[in-house]
Design a protein around this ligand. Sequence first.
Ligand code: FMN
Length: 357
Amino acid sequence: MTRANEPIMINKTLVKNRLTMAPTVKFDYAGEDGKVTEKHIEHYRERAEHGCGLICVEATAVTPGGRFGKNHMGLWDDSQTDGHKRIVEACHNAGAAVIIQLNHAGLNSNPELGEQIAPSAVPTRNENVLSRELSIDEIHAIQEKYADAAVRAQKAGYDGVQLHACHSYLINQFVSKKTNLRADEYGGSVENRARFGAEIIRMIRERCGADFLISARTVGIEPDVATAIEIAEEYVKAGCDYLQVSTGIEWNDPSLKEEGEPYNLICKLGVLFHEHFKGRVPVSCVNGIMTPELVRYLIENELVDTVDFGRAILADPAICEAVLDGAPYVKCFECPRCQYGPAMPHKCPAALKRMKA
Ligand SMILES: Cc1cc2nc3c(=O)[nH]c(=O)nc-3n(C[C@H](O)[C@H](O)[C@H](O)COP(=O)(O)O)c2cc1C
C-alpha cells in the first residue's frame, strides 16, 4: 500500500486513488460525425479496469468548427450523447470516476472544418493567415456551446467536465497576451483575460448544479508561473473544483529552474501550483511521469494531490497496478509515435511488446 492508493474527494466525486488518466485524443477513433465508437469504449474500459482512479476523456469538440480534424470526438449535438453514456458506464463499472475534456481549438481549428476564430486577429499555424477576431456576441455564443456540451456530459452520466484551458486552444488563447490583444472586458488585465474561461465555469455551475465536478486543465506558465496562478485563482473564484496543470503558449519564465528534482519542469508547475492551492483546491501534475517510483515520490511527499498519466497509460494501462500493487508493466519508450495521429503509422512499441509477451 502506498499513499497513491488513498481515495480523494473532489467536490462530491470520490476518486478511489491518486491516479488519473490525462486527456489523450485518439486521432482516428471517432467517426466524421464526431460520435463515440466501440474503439473508444474499449480503450477507456481497459484503462479503468487496470485501476486508474479518474479517467479524463480526451479533448471533445463543443462545435463542429472547433475541431482539430474530421475524426475528432464531439458533444455539440444531442445525438452524440448516447455514445458517451457507454464510455461512462464502462468506466463506472470498473470503479473509476470519469470526466470529459471540453474544447474549442480557436485559431488552431482545422481550416477545412471551420473558421479560425480567436480573441484577436493573430497569425495562425499558417503564418500568412490571420485568425478572425470574435465579436462580444460571438464570444457569448461560444460560451453557450461549452455549457450545452457540459449539460450533455452530465446527461451522459459523467462525474464532471474538464475545461481545456491550456496547450494553445481557445481558452488559453484568451489568457495569453500573445493571442489576446483586445481592449474590451475580455482583454488587458488578468481578470479580463481569464473572464472567458471563468464565465464558462459559472455557466456550467449554474446549469449542472453544485455537485458537478468542474476541472480546469490550466496553463502553468503564461507568461510566468505567478500570472498563471492568478489566472487559476479566477477559475477557482468562478467555482472550479480541481486544477490539472499543464503548459501554455508562452514559455519564458526565468524563475523556473531545474533544481535536481526527479521530475521535469512541466511536472514542476503542478508542484508549484500545489504549494499555492494546498488545502483549498486539489492539484494534479503531468508530464514525463513514467514510473511507479516517481508517482510515489510525488504523492508520498505531498507535492501534489493526484498524478496524471499521458503516454504511460497509453503504452500500458498496467502502470496503475504497478503503482498500486507492484505489478509488472511495460514502460513507455517516450518515442513520439502516439503524438502524431493517423498520418503516420503510430504503432506504440510498448503496446507491441505487451502483445508479444
Ligand atoms: C496521443 C496524445 C494525445 C493527446 N491529447 C490530448 C488531449 O486531448 N487533451 C490535452 O489536454 N492534452 C493532450 N495530450 C497531452 C497529454 O495529456 C499530456 O499532457 C502529455 O502527453 C504529457 O504527459 P506524458 O508525459 O505523461 O505523456 C495528448 C498527448 C498525446 C501523447
